[in-house]
Design a protein around this ligand. Structure first.
Ligand SMILES: Nc1ncnc2c1ncn2[C@@H]1O[C@H](COP(=O)(O)OP(=O)(O)OP(=O)(O)O)[C@@H](O)[C@H]1O
Ligand SMILES: [Mg+2]
Length: 299
């Protein structure tokens, strides 16, 4: 697949981390994003998701490893011109209007879409009526929608969204999912960092889970979720058999019938991404937090 981002063995150790008894924030993460692909980046608090996004943006310099965006090293002007970024903790000037903020970002990005691009973007994120509203009088959710519009200025090939729906209500979240699908249809790629697993499951083509700075699992959400066993509707009631896989079902039905059971129905159960996530993170040391500093160490 044609990749927009190729990150290889990215490592980050923040200054002072060793003194504080912390390890690497990223311990060698390789991850690619295809053109027109939505990749979900998941992981416990402190796993390194934002660090990864900040390296791709050029806000944080990796200690080792490399990342190329459309062939340009991240942090270079050429790479920065090819991405849009909505930070996890964003704050826009309170005096700016929605339209004014987008205008500033058009200027910064050298985007020449003018008023029509600004209007379309505000419309896209559901702020069509709020062009002249100031950030100071916007709700948190409105500000986050504006942040999404800001990240899309100039139609960048890669859009990095760090928890873009944390302030949105369920309708707003569903709306953002539609926006992300539209970006994909246009051939733009998205790196979506989130803790909202059902949301990621619905929209991501591929999911990468990191824990303690390492990529622990990667794949399509349906592959990772796998099966959750099967449910048999028998004369004695509903029987759940979590260990069975889809391919086991015909033989199991035959066995039950041969044993004289009345089988009224069989239902394959789908696993969820959340279950797969919890399993994977548990296998890799639980909460993903770095080990505590040794007793007596400085704090
Ligand atoms: N500027 C910084 N200086 C020092 N350490 C940092 C800095 N930013 C992040 N860290 C540390 O790096 C590790 C990874 O942090 P990061 O913000 O990338 O995690 P995250 O996966 O985005 O977590 P969350 O889900 O809480 O947003 C954490 O241990 C964090 O304390
Ligand atoms: Mg983060």
């Amino acid at each position: 697949m044609d990749s927009v981002l190729v990150a290889q063995e990215l490592r980050k150790r923040y200054r002072g981390a060793q003194r504080k008894g912390r390890g690497d924030a990223l311990g060698g993460v390789s991850l690619s994003i295809g053109r027109g692909e939505i990749v979900g980046l998941l992981g416990p608090n402190g796993a390194g998701k934002s660090t990864f996004a900040k390296i791709v943006c050029g806000l944080v310099r990796p200690t080792a490893g490399s990342a190329l965006l459309d062939g340009h090293p991240v942090g270079s002007r050429a790479a920065q011109a090819r991405l849009g970024y909505l930070a996890e903790l964003f704050r826009y000037p309170p005096w700016a209007t929605a339209d004014g903020l987008l205008r500033t970002h058009q200027r910064l990005a050298g985007a020449d879409g003018g008023a029509s691009e600004r209007g379309e973007l505000l419309e896209l994120v559901g702020l069509g009526d709020a062009a002249e509203v100031k950030v100071a009088s916007m709700s948190k959710g409105m500000q986050q929608r504006l942040g999404l519009a800001q990240a899309l200025v100039g139609r960048p090939p890669l859009v990095l969204l760090d928890e873009p729906t944390s302030a949105l209500d369920p309708v707003g979240r569903a709306h953002v999912r539609e926006v992300l699908k539209e970006l994909r249809d246009r051939g733009q790629s998205v790196l979506l960092s989130s803790h909202l697993l059902p949301e990621v499951e619905q929209v991501a083509d591929r999911v990468a889970i990191i824990a303690r700075g390492r990529l622990i699992i990667e794949g399509r959400p349906t592959e990772l979720a796998g099966t959750g066993g099967a449910e048999f509707d028998l004369a004695s009631g509903i029987v759940r058999r979590p260990e069975l896989r889809r391919e086991d079902l015909p033989a199991e039905v035959a066995r039950l019938v041969a044993a004289g059971e009345q089988v009224y129905g069989v239902r394959e159960l789908r696993g969820t991404l959340e279950e797969a996530y919890l399993r994977a993170v548990e296998e890799h040391g639980g909460d993903g937090r770095p080990p505590a500093a040794p007793a007596g160490g400085d704090r």
